[in-house]
Design a binder for this molecule. Structure first.
Ligand code: NAI
Length: 344
């Protein structure tokens, strides 16, 4: 079977890390037909659209996307393509598993956390205006529908995957109506899952708690902005942004992308770590039912990290992006050869 997947290489380090992941995916033996499209500034140059119609049509058709980061101009310019894609395809659940890799020295070994972020509203609704010169207003939209939907996603995941606890993260002491509604929805949904311990923590305290003792948490459920910020904090707990994968799930389709951005400071130098996008691709393989290939890649990642001789700079090595990808492919080939020998 050939899997049709929409590919968005993105910009900055995007094309380098996505290309590395694609080579590794193809080396698993699974057949892919990639429908590749630019997005953001690059797409605008070519098509006069930040999200070309062809890209949207492709996602509607394939229902699965693998995406690199896309740069968003700061303090002006076009709105985030990343946010727009999530809204346009109702990819309401941003799922970010935070786990250590073997032999990466971090302050916290053995972290196993999941961040579940509401992806379609909050301050990311992008509704801003200048009231009078010198005064601007930015609206935070929280709805019962979206808050209940994301809470149900988190609790369903917890139930199906034997997770023990869900903490709803909020600032309802200050934003009594908006975060208060989010909290009420997660509290209500939690009652349907009595086997899962439910807790509530204020977001600023959560930052401190995570840095002091991340092991107290199992799953963190929150609205859009807190999810964005806490995901990067959690990435720091386990070795940095080069490692942490993500997935955007909707009822109709899913787009897989790393937590990190386009990293302009290291773009075009073949030094970015493709592990985060590769682990996102691994989530994609599971989503499309290619569990064996996912396991192959996972074992190869573990082996290459255990060996430590071909890691990228962000995790203490000297290897380049493509060299790291070659090493993963070689590790997969060695695994396959060993398995064949064992069978013989
Ligand atoms: P960033 O995540 O791009 O970079 C933060 C730091 O982490 C930088 O020092 C970078 O070199 C490092 N880093 C990130 N990914 C890495 C990797 N794979 N390997 C090694 N080091 C890595 O965040 P920043 O600089 O705040 O954002 C840059 C641009 O990316 C902005 O335009 C932002 O809007 C966009 N962005 C896009 C996202 C997406 O497409 N989903 C997500 C986050 C940011």
């Amino acid at each position: 079977m050939t899997h049709k997947v929409t590919l968005i290489p993105g910009d900055g380090i995007g094309p380098e890390v996505v290309q590395a992941a694609v080579r590794i995916l193809e080396a698993t033996g699974v057949k892919f037909e990639w429908e590749s499209f630019a997005a953001g500034a690059e797409a605008f140059e070519k098509y006069h659209e930040y999200i070309p119609k062809e890209l949207s049509a492709s996602i509607e058709r394939t229902r699965v996307g693998l995406k690199g980061p896309v740069t968003t101009p700061i303090g002006g310019g076009f709105a985030s393509i990343n946010v727009e894609l999530r809204k346009r395809f109702e990819l309401f659940a941003n799922f970010r598993p935070i786990r250590n890799l073997p032999h990466i020295p971090t302050r916290y070994p053995g972290v196993d956390l999941i961040v579940v972020r509401e992806n379609t509203e909050g301050l990311y609704s992008g509704i801003e205006h200048e009231v009078v010169p010198g005064v601007v207003e930015s609206l935070k939209i929280i709805t019962e529908k979206a808050s209940t939907r994301i809470s149900r996603f988190a609790f369903e995941y917890a139930r199906k995957n034997q997770r023990k606890k869900v903490h709803s993260i909020h600032k309802a002491n200050i934003m009594k109506l908006s975060d208060g509604l989010f909290l009420r929805c997660s509290r209500n949904v939690s009652k349907e899952y009595p086997e899962i311990t439910y807790g509530e923590h204020i977001v600023d305290n959560t930052c401190m708690q995570l840095v002091m003792n991340p092991y107290q948490y199992d799953m963190l459920l929150m609205e859009n902005l807190y999810g964005d910020i806490l995901s990067d904090l959690c990435a720091g707990l386990v070795g940095g942004l080069g490692l942490v994968p993500g997935a955007n799930f909707g009822h109709e389709c899913a787009i897989f992308e790393a937590v990190h951005g386009s990293a302009p400071d290291i773009a075009g130098k073949d030094i970015a770590n493709p592990t985060a996008v590769l682990r996102s691709a691994l989530l994609m393989l599971r989503h499309i039912g290619e569990h064996e290939a996912a396991l192959k890649i996972r074992n190869a990642i573990d082996e290459v990290y255990r060996d430590r001789s071909k890691l990228t700079r962000d995790v203490g090595g000297t290897a380049g992006t493509s060299e790291f990808a070659d090493t993963i492919i070689r590790a997969m080939e060695t695994q396959s050869a060993a398995a064949t020998e064992e069978q013989a």
